[in-house]
Design a protein around this ligand. Sequence first.
Ligand code: NAD
Length: 244
Amino acid sequence: MNQVFNEAAKIIGSSKKCIALTGAGISAESGIPTFRSKGGLWNSYDPTVYASIDTFMKDPSKYWSIRGDFIRKYNDYSPNQGHLALASLENAGIVKCIITQNIDGLHRKAGSKKVLEIHGSLREIFCISCGKEYIAPDIPPGDVPHCTCGGVLKPNTVLFGEDLPPAVLSEAEEYAASCDVMILAGTSATVYPAAYLPVTAKRNGAKVIEINLEYSFTDSDIFIEEKSGTALPMIEEQLKKIEV
Ligand code: NAD
């Protein structure tokens, strides 16, 4: 196993533009379940009903019934060793950008600065009538929280049927096209357009290092079958040891 960390560290250490693409798996060790793996949210709830913009506009109570608890406990979740290792690699000038599909804000809490949240963030919540902003967990009470103006509140996240924020997506695509190493951590790489990003990176000659409990991206140069909270600190450790 050490061999694979060493190989990954050598590739990352000699990179000029290493970026990371992260998904729900990197936050699993912070106690936030992934959507698709065992025990995930979508095993119990149909996302096309509970997390679609159409349903939200007709009946926001379904969405709030599965998300309200998380938002009210927003400050209870902490970054794990995986988030912290990526932040530390950025601090050392090695990782240039983290593109995340996660909406939990844990990369920022870990201290990462260049974070592209392509699916938005549960931290920011807007009134769909007047646009007033609330910051989680400080939201009004109620099963469906309402603004002081009476409008329904909606987190600033991308629901099924909504477009990704164009400026953030286009910056993520530029990073994917110009990086020479992409670390894929804890993503099933099945949600589009995020799933195109490693394909773009490979097409432009980047090496892809995948960290996951199961093999997901079929074109990885290195696959590390390990929890990201273990693997990323191990890579960081190896980077300190090797001379590149
Ligand atoms: P996914 O649920 O499709 O896949 C998660 C992947 O992580 C799986 O391949 C799984 O094997 C792997 N994994 C699980 N635990 C891991 C660990 N400890 N270390 C490494 N890998 C681990 O998630 P996705 O690819 O991010 O795509 C689904 C969508 O889910 C995204 O749009 C994202 O917005 C959303 N989501 C976000 C959160 C969050 O913000 N924390 C949580 C659930 C879902």
